[in-house]
Write a new protein. Structure first.
Length: 268
């Protein structure tokens, strides 16, 4: 019988919790490890949409990238959005597992897949792990031949399936050595600079981080937090379906990027 515990054991091997950042909350966060699993869903974040889908579809286990709960809770009540989501999951007897930053950093994790998807060679961690220098935080590598920043931005958008990306830097700048950090990885800009990277591809960055990148001479490609990570949760669902063929597995169909673009028709 397939159980929550057996899936958690696989995920802990695939994305070892020791790779997670110290501030993170990873592993089995909600549920009874002994309960059987027939239906499993992955998602980037637990929201009213994704939780509603899990409840309606009678899911036994949700594998969510972003943890819930993330920070310690004094109480779990319907007075807070977090509490309402957790109560819905608990009442439906749905377990929750989060690999989060361990999934970012592992050998077949989000940053590795993003680097490969951009066509980088000689891929290495930006910050190597202590136990294994082949895994760690972020990734960097080289393009087989240099591309203009505009061309790499378009390649990034195609890989993560979005129509627009934001860039910092000269659109015609030649890019060859590239660093990647999914989600929000502004703390890695200085590392990328020290490794002489031409460009840093990430999800989002604060305004002052963009100014900092411009000042230290690194181009940025910002694909959006959602897009820079969601593609990997679809891949994780495929992996889990192969690993556990007795279970029905899918990536959330209701999950969506909360950000929308609106044409203002403002004259330039």
């Amino acid at each position: 019988m397939l159980t929550v515990a057996s899936i958690a054991e696989f995920l802990e091997h695939f994305a070892p919790p020791r790779l997670a950042e110290e501030w993170d909350n990873v592993g089995l966060l909600v549920g009874n490890a002994a309960r059987p699993v027939e239906r499993m869903m992955t998602c980037l974040t637990l929201t009213p949409d994704s939780v509603g889908e899990a409840v309606a579809e009678r899911v036994d286990l949700v594998v969510t990238h972003h943890p819930l709960p993330f920070r310690p809770l004094r109480r779990v009540t319907s007075d807070s959005p977090e509490g309402r989501l957790l109560l819905d999951l608990i009442e439906a007897r749905i377990a929750v597992y989060s690999p989060h930053t361990a999934f970012d950093s592992t050998g077949r994790g989000i940053n590795q897949r993003l680097a490969e998807g951009l066509g980088l060679d000689a891929i290495e961690p930006l910050v190597p792990g202590v136990d294994d220098p082949a895994i760690g935080t972020g990734r960097c590598g080289k393009l087989a031949k240099s591309l203009k920043l505009t061309e790499l931005a378009k390649r990034t958008g195609r890989f993560v399936s979005i129509e627009t990306v934001q860039v910092v830097g000269d659109p015609d700048r030649a890019i060859q050595k590239v660093a990647v950090g999914c989600g929000s990885a502004g703390e890695l800009f200085a590392v990328a600079r020290d490794l002489h990277c031409d460009c840093f591809v990430t999800g989002e960055a604060r305004f002052h981080s963009c100014l900092e990148a411009e000042a230290i001479g690194i181009a940025l490609i910002l694909a959006g937090h959602f897009a820079s990570e969601r593609f990997a949760l679809e891949g994780l669902a495929e992996l889990l379906a192969v690993q556990f063929p007795s279970a029905t597995v899918w990536a959330s169909r209701r999950e969506r990027n909360p950000l929308r673009s609106i044409e203002t028709n403002c004259p330039s």
